[in-house]
Design a protein around this ligand. Structure first.
Ligand SMILES: Nc1ncnc2c1ncn2[C@@H]1O[C@H](COP(=O)(O)OP(=O)(O)OP(=O)(O)O)[C@@H](O)[C@H]1O
Length: 336
């Protein structure tokens, strides 16, 4: 659905050139939730803003459904912005208008719908985002999560094919973040809408994205399925983002190493996450398994586990455990 080809963008700041995007190449499929993550200044905002031409690149192309949008003129841009909705970190609501009027606004400015058609669409959207009871309130009377629901409803008003989310949950507390992420996922599934989001939080990527691109210094450090990037990060910047979110275990811990122990990292995903893997590994040997650290969770719909385990025992028992690991579906790395 979206193809980004060799995108470059440089800003001029006084005498200095700041390269914001370097040779970005990405393909985003219809109906997927695609995440772009990176540290502050990595180029996330610049990249997402090129997808609705709030920012024009110096070179390269952005194709949406085969159409190059980078050179679109004023009229064509207005059409594009109806097909591409955007949700903002600080909501950008009109404070002097009610919830219903905020959602109505993008419908009104197209001049395409009758008053009745607009009212029906506003009702539909209020229901979709769960704000029926708040239709006549003003933004100042709403919580952050409710404001973002208005922002989402407004972005969906003109039936866009693509929804861009610019740090949509960064201003919200963790519980509200989860409820907004659930809403985005529901919209993605119900409407088949493609969602591209930028974030600096791995939790957001883990909860709802199918694929992710990690940006570093304006370039794509790595990209792929979230489950692969999470469990087998290749780039230092990805590891550091994962460590900050406590989702990836760097291996430091308080544990006291046993002289006959081997420290092993186990990674597994899918149905195996519900199985007694440690018991199975040590069954019928005299080896003991001590969990040093671990995570058992989900990446979107995929259950996974990542455990740091010390196996201890005599040489025979340890060899048997490692043998069993070799023939299992568990990835393992002997760390010490
Ligand atoms: N209008 C501008 N003029 C000059 N430099 C800019 C401008 N906008 C962004 N930059 C610079 O371009 C680089 C990328 O910025 P961008 O805002 O895209 O990064 P980001 O990953 O979204 O960061 P953050 O998470 O802090 O919002 C940064 O070095 C930034 O300082």
């Amino acid at each position: 659905m979206i193809r980004i080809e060799q995108l470059h963008k440089t800003y001029r700041a006084g005498q200095r050139d700041i390269i914001a995007l370097r040779d970005i190449n990405l393909d985003i499929a219809q109906g997927e939730v695609f995440g772009i993550i990176g540290r502050s200044g990595a180029g996330k905002s610049t990249l997402i803003r090129t997808l609705n031409v709030l920012e024009r690149p110096d070179s390269g192309r952005v194709l949406i459904d085969g159409e190059d949008i980078t050179g679109l003129g004023h009229e064509a841009l207005l059409g594009l912005r109806q097909r591409v909705g955007m949700v903002f970190q600080h909501f950008n609501l009109l404070n002097a208008k009610t919830v219903a009027q905020n959602i109505d606004w993008p419908l009104k400015i197209t001049g395409r719908y009758s008053r009745e058609e607009r009212a029906a669409r506003v009702d539909e959207l209020l229901q979709l985002v769960g704000l029926d009871a708040h239709r006549d309130q003003y933004p100042s009377q709403l919580s952050g999560g409710q404001k973002q629901r208005v922002g989402i409803a407004r972005a969906l008003a003109n039936h866009p094919r693509l929804l861009l989310c610019d740090e949509a949950t960064s201003a919200l507390d963790p519980e509200t973040t989860q409820s907004i992420l659930r809403l985005l996922l529901e919209i993605n599934r119900k409407l088949g809408l493609t969602i591209v989001l930028i974030t600096h939080e791995m939790e957001v990527i883990r909860s709802i994205c199918d694929r992710v691109a990690v940006l570093d210094g304006g370039a794509v450090a790595e990209q792929g399925r979230v489950v692969d990037i999470f469990l087998r990060p290749q780039h230092a910047v990805t590891r550091s983002l994962l460590t900050q979110s406590h989702a990836w275990d760097a291996g430091e811990s308080l544990y006291q190493r046993r002289p006959d122990g081997k420290l092993v990292r186990l990674t597994y995903a899918g149905d195996i996450a519900a199985q007694p893997i440690l018991s199975q590994l040590t069954a019928a040997t005299s080896a003991l398994a001590t969990i040093v650290r671990g995570t058992v969770s989900r990446i979107k719909d995929t259950p996974y586990g990542q455990l740091l385990v010390e196996f201890s025992g005599d040489a025979d028992a340890l060899a048997q455990v490692l043998d069993r690991l070799q023939t299992s579906d568990i990835e393992h790395e002997v760390l010490a």
